[in-house]
Design a protein around this ligand. Structure first.
Ligand code: FAD
Length: 276
């Protein structure tokens, strides 16, 4: 498989987690990723961990993207962080609104990711390659699918260079989203976000929170496996490899893996894709 791939990590919370992640990264670097990205906690709660992990990846000779969420941020604060990221040698950002703390409403100086994209462009021109989030199965807080698509197009017009999707298990949802966005003039590359399936409870918990749909047949099979983790992993590898195959056949511009700071499932999916 010679398409660009990228890997996403979250900032580890403990020194042991950081050590483990270093080993995971070395295993994944064997696949020569275009970049590795590091998530950013809402309200800047993980800024130190995010920037620290980004620094390590850059020092390992790999391009690193920092996620950057704007909810609750001020223009002055964002300006300062952009200067810091630039000084670190970061050239790629994933520009996000972030999840709203409950009861937050629309306070703050940035309301939507499109505000952040426009601000970064105005402040830093072309210094950063800007990724934005895309939701083939519709963002959970969107007023309607149409409003969500328009919000995506607004982010693209504000100056995003490419997009990474929320994960999904229906290739049709992805291709329809890309077609509809293109029809509205938003034709930047949309890289599908791939979530390997390694644990049933973890997947259900995440998916309920972020609005990604687990098709009924997958949910039922996972539930039926109970705590038989070997069967869950084996089934998950089959399902996700088959999804990637459909996406590759349809001409996706790359694959972005939500690694959950693990390497085994991602590497096995890539190995199977190589063997196609
Ligand atoms: P937006 O694009 O601003 O959209 C948010 C909602 O507002 C949508 O419902 C949209 O339809 C609506 N909307 C947008 N513009 C308008 C408008 N003008 N008028 C009315 N409604 C509008 N979260 C983190 O906290 N940290 C991370 O590191 C992180 N990384 C992510 C990476 C990817 C690839 C993805 C897909 C998601 C990530 N998230 C992360 C989750 C993300 O922060 C949440 O999904 C968040 O709720 C929305 O962020 P957004 O940037 O997509 O927001």
């Amino acid at each position: 498989m010679n398409l660009p791939i990228s890997f996403e990590f979250f900032p580890p919370k403990t020194p042991e987690g950081a050590q483990k992640l270093r080993a995971v990264r070395q295993q994944l670097y064997a696949r020569a990723p275009l970049f590795c990205s590091v998530t950013y906690g809402a309200g800047g709660s993980t800024q130190e961990g995010t920037f620290g992990t980004v620094r390590e990846i850059l020092a390992e000779g790999v391009d690193a993207a920092s996620h950057f969420s704007c909810i609750g941020a001020t223009r002055a604060g964002v300006r300062e962080q952009l200067a810091q990221l630039k000084a670190m040698g970061v050239k790629r950002l994933v520009a996000l609104r972030g999840d709203l703390p409950s009861g937050y409403g629309l306070g703050g100086e940035f309301h939507y990711a499109s505000d952040l994209v426009a601000f970064i462009r105005a402040e830093t021109g072309e210094d950063f390659h800007l990724e934005v989030a895309a939701y083939p199965e519709v963002h959970p807080q969107a007023r309607s699918p149409e409003a969500d698509l328009k919000a995506y197009v607004t982010k693209v017009r504000a100056g995003a260079h490419s997009a990474i999707t929320q994960y999904f298990y229906s290739a049709d949802a992805y291709f329809r989203f890309v077609d509809e966005a293109r029809a509205l003039g938003a034709d930047i590359p949309v890289v599908p976000g791939i979530m390997p399936i390694t644990s049933s409870t973890q997947l259900m918990r995440f998916s309920d929170a972020c609005g990604a749909e687990i098709p009924r047949w997958i949910r039922l099979r996972l539930q039926a496996y109970g705590d038989d983790t070997a069967s869950i992993k084996s089934f998950g590898l089959d399902v996700v490899t088959s999804l990637c195959e459909q996406l590759l056949r349809g001409g996706v511009p790359g694959l972005h893996f939500y690694t959950m700071n693990q390497s085994a499932a991602t590497l096995e999916i890539l190995r199977r894709l190589d063997a196609r």
